[in-house]
Design a protein around this ligand. Structure first.
Ligand code: BG6
Length: 501
């Protein structure tokens, strides 16, 4: 029998030498080092653990150790003691010298810190060097465990390619160096407790599954809204845009978990097989149909949280005539027995009024409403809303009688809130994903066929929008995106929900 990975006890991690490429970069300081520090504090890191940082920046071991401490200010003694052994290599990714040095330090780590030949490489570099680093590791024989080691794994950050062709090319290159079972592609949304809770809600309860289909669900809306702009990432964002940055990965993952068939087991391959099957059922439109079923937008100056903010084109490192989209809305369809004909609306954007991510399953209206009066007419359809962030929880919306003699009905909500039910928020996000990569549980990581299919789904939109400025609509920062996005739904008599905060 296959091990139920998501349900397995998540014990201490094995002895390990972790190598971070891009060690002086933003992702390492904001996410990876703090995540490692929190794992150390939770007692989840093996005492035979160490980190080797590699980057082009001219740093010493001490500089890297200082960065590890300063980016994890609240970390305690366990982390402090580990950090003292961290090493740093300053070098080019194209240079054999860098990888020879790495080999030496890995041997040293085995000898001095008992890392037992286990390796975890983390590619936190710009994506342009992903394949170069992976191939150099193989050339130097670093793509296998060291002497006595049990495993050698490669964690790859997003973006995994910038379109289907480049993703396939990257995959082909990485696969010459590492086998698929060694590759852990990160999508940090999969590390969110509430995203994983979609599985619990659907498959640990008997009452939802019977209504989780076209007979009961009238439409699905997924919103990933951010009030932040592009911050200091304008340069990167110019090469990406909202479709590549959020839809191809985070939205597709959430959609797949929400709509897939029940897996036979909760292990990596059973879950990922079902996700891929679902992704393959998403209708791929022609570029013309894609134009009709999508809206792309870009924010202009406006007000967020009562403060004025600049427009996208005024952000640092953004071209003054940029046509990169910061907002996307799509009407998707899923061609399978369960979902045929149910519109799936997704939207994401920066500089929208709030940071909120939710999945809303909206059910059909009753066939005949016998109640009279204005309130009854205003009754909203039943909806089940999975609030992924920030106010994590689930709410069920239904009609209830208003107290009093007259028989009036009104929409009300039954609400489950994560933080009032569970005192311990557990290991969320990066610590959870890093921990899983260390223990070799790939359930929450993205398999090659998922990445490929997700690119296939977004390709027609990329093609349709490839003309500069094609169909780009502007929206004021602090609003819910371009008004024209309403038309995507109005044609079917639907409207965007106001997300729950
Ligand atoms: C990242 C995107 O993957 O996700 C960012 O590159 C975005 O642009 C971020 O801001 C959103 O993540 P979260 O966890 O804040 O919803």
């Amino acid at each position: 029998m296959t091990k139920p990975a998501l349900l397995a006890p998540h014990d201490e991690t094995p002895p390990l030498a972790m190598v971070i490429f891009g060690a002086s970069g933003d992702l390492t300081s904001r996410k990876i080092l703090p995540a490692l520090a929190s794992l150390a504090d939770l007692g989840r890191l093996n005492e035979n653990f160490t980190v080797i940082g590699v980057a082009r920046t001219k740093w010493s071991d001490e500089d890297f150790q200082e960065a590890a401490m300063s980016n994890s200010a609240a970390a305690g003694d366990r982390w402090r003691n580990l950090v003292k052994r961290f090493r740093y290599i300053s070098g080019e990714y194209s240079s054999t010298k860098t990888f020879n040095q790495l080999k030496q330090l890995l041997t040293e780590a085995d000898e001095l810190h008992g890392t037992e030949g286990n390796r975890l490489y983390y590619l936190a570099t710009p994506p342009s060097v992903f394949s170069q680093v992976a191939c150099a590791l193989a050339t130097q024989g670093c793509n296998v465990p060291g002497p006595g080691g049990g495993f050698c794994r490669l964690v790859v950050e997003k973006p995994y390619g910038r379109d289907l062709d480049s993703a396939l090319e990257l995959d082909a290159a990485v696969h010459t160096a590492f086998e698929e079972r060694q590759i852990f592609r990160i999508d940090h949304y999969m590390g969110k407790e509430t995203v994983q809770n979609v599985l619990a809600l659907r498959f640990a309860n008997a009452i939802f599954e019977p209504i989780w289909n076209r007979r009961y669900v009238e439409q699905v809306q997924i919103t990933v809204s951010e009030s932040l702009g592009v911050e200091h990432r304008g340069g990167f964002y110019e090469t990406a845009g909202a479709l590549r940055d959020i839809v191809q990965n985070h939205v597709m993952q959430v959609l797949a978990l929400t709509l897939m068939e029940p897996p036979t087991g909760m292990d990596a391959n059973h879950i990922r097989d079902e996700k891929v099957k679902l992704l393959k059922a998403i209708v791929i439109p022609t570029p013309d149909e894609a134009v009709d079923r999508s809206v792309r937008g870009q924010y202009t100056a406006g007000i967020i949280d009562s403060k004025p903010v600049v427009g996208y084109r005024e952000e640092p490192e953004v071209a003054p005539d940029s046509t990169t989209e910061t907002y996307v809305a799509l009407r998707l369809g899923v061609e399978n027995w369960r979902w045929a004909g149910v519109p799936m609306y997704v939207r994401t954007g920066k500089r929208l009024p709030h940071r909120v991510t939710e999945v809303a399953m909206q059910f059909h209206n009753v066939p005949h409403l016998a109640f009279e009066g204005e309130l009854a007419r205003q009754l909203r359809p039943n909806a089940l809303v999975l609030r992924i962030q920030p106010n994590e929880g689930i709410s069920l919306h239904f009609g209830a009688k208003v107290p009093g003699e007259a028989f009036k009905v009104q929409s009300v909500a039954m609400d489950f809130q994560y933080n009032s039910t569970f005192a311990d928020s557990g290991m969320d996000g990066y610590p959870r994903l890093l921990h899983d990569a260390m223990i070799g549980d790939a359930t929450l990581f993205i398999r090659t066929d998922e990445v490929e299919q997700a690119w296939r789904i977004v390709t027609p939109y990329l093609q349709a929008w490839s003309e500069p400025g094609a169909g780009l609509h502007f929206y004021e920062a602090g609003t819910w995106g371009p008004h024209i996005a309403d038309l995507l739904l109005e044609r079917t008599g639907d409207a965007w929900r106001v997300p729950e905060l």
